[in-house]
Design a protein around this ligand. Sequence first.
Ligand code: A5P
Length: 231
Amino acid sequence: MEDDEGRAKQVAARRGVERVREGMRLALGTGSTAAAAVRAIHERFPNGSFDCVSSSRATEDLARTLGISVRPLKSDDRFDLMLDGADEVTPNLDLTKGGGGALLREKLLARLSHEVVIMVDPSKLVDRLGTKAPIPVETVPFARTVLAHRFEHDGYRVRHRLGPDGRPYLTDNGNEILDLTPPRPLDDPAATLATLSGATGVVEVGLFVGLATLAIVGYPDGRVEERTRPA
Ligand code: A5P
C-alpha cells in the first residue's frame, strides 16, 4: 500500500491498534485496512498473546502467518475490541460494509464487541449512506435471481457480484452477493435495512446502523481524526 489511500489506511490502522492491550479479546475485521491493523498488532506486540476471532478466512490466514492465533467463535463470546474498515462512514457513524464480502461475520462480531473501532481513509466519509459505495446484500444462491428482480423493481441498480474468475462470488458462508445502488442516498438507513433484511432469502445487509463506537480517519500526511457518535 504505497499510494495516498494506502498510507492513510496505514495511519488509521496504527491509531486503531493503539487501543489494543496484551491479552485482549479481539474481533478482527476484513479488508485492506483491517489487514494493516493485524500487521500493526504484530509489529507492536511481536510476542503478544490475544484471544482472537476473525470475520473472514483471509484475515485468519494473515493473522496465523504472523503468529497471531485465531479460534472459532464460541456461544458466549464477547470481545473487548473490534478493529475493522468500512466502505462508507456517516457523521452518525452509520456504515456501509461488505466490499470484501464479509458483512455477515463482521456484523455478528460487531454486535458481540464492546468497542467497535472503524478505521478508514478520508475517501470513505459521506454525509449519507449509498453515496459512493453500493449496499452489499448477501443472499442464499437459490433466491438470488428473485431478489435481484425485486430490488430492480424497487428502483435499485443491481449488480450480481462475480469473482475474479467471472463466476458468482461466494462468501465464506457459501452465499452470493447482490450490490445495490439506491436511486438516491439514504435518508433513513435503518428503514432501508429493515426493508431489505425482510426479503426472504436475504441473509444479511451491509448497512451497519448504530454499531460503530469510534471512527478513526487517517490521512496520508500522518494526521488522524477521531469521530464518535453524536449524543
Ligand atoms: C469487508 O467485507 C468490508 O466490510 C471492508 O471492511 C470494507 O470493504 C473496507 O475495505 P478496505 O479496508 O479494503 O477499504
